[in-house]
Design a protein. Structure first.
Length: 155
């Protein structure tokens, strides 16, 4: 699994001009699921994200986690994180998991993050979504679970 994580002041996602998910101070999470991913990947990422010290402390050092600042998250399923642009001009998405695997695993990731103590709003799987966010920092990181058996992953 891959996650593009962005620290935000606030973020929201709309489907058909209706807000379906939002968060205040916290994290916007774009979550991609690969074909070899399992619940173990989701659990590792949820725990990592909940404890990641990327919020400023009183000395303005990245020393606090989303739990420490009582933040929240907005999670968006994002199969395009597995887009391969090495050949041609149109990305190939064959590296992304099929919806039958991706949707329940993304939902499980959201549930696990919430179980870690992070209030977690969600986009709508497979929908055309409009996302707005006010980035904080900006702090943007890319996380990839080391649990999967995919050949290109490093433990």
């Amino acid at each position: 699994m891959r996650v593009v994580l962005q620290r935000v002041h606030h973020a929201e996602v709309q489907v058909d001009e209706q807000v379906v998910g939002a968060c205040g101070r916290g994290l916007l999470l774009l979550v991609g699921v690969g074909p070899g991913d399992t619940e173990k990947d989701a659990k590792w990422l949820a725990k990592k994200i909940a404890g990641l010290r990327i919020f400023p402390d009183a000395q303005d050092r990245m020393n606090l986690s989303i739990l420490d600042v009582e933040g929240s998250a907005l999670s968006i399923s994002q199969f395009t994180l597995y887009g391969d642009c090495r050949k041609g001009r149109r990305p190939s998405f064959i590296g992304a998991a099929k919806p039958a695997l991706a949707e329940p695993l993304w939902e499980k990731f959201c549930d696990l993050l919430a179980a870690e103590g992070v209030p977690t709003a969600r986009g709508r799987f497979g929908a055309d979504m409009q996302i707005s966010a006010l980035a904080d920092g900006p702090v943007t990181l890319v996380l990839e679970s080391p649990c999967s058996s995919e050949p290109n992953k490093q433990p």
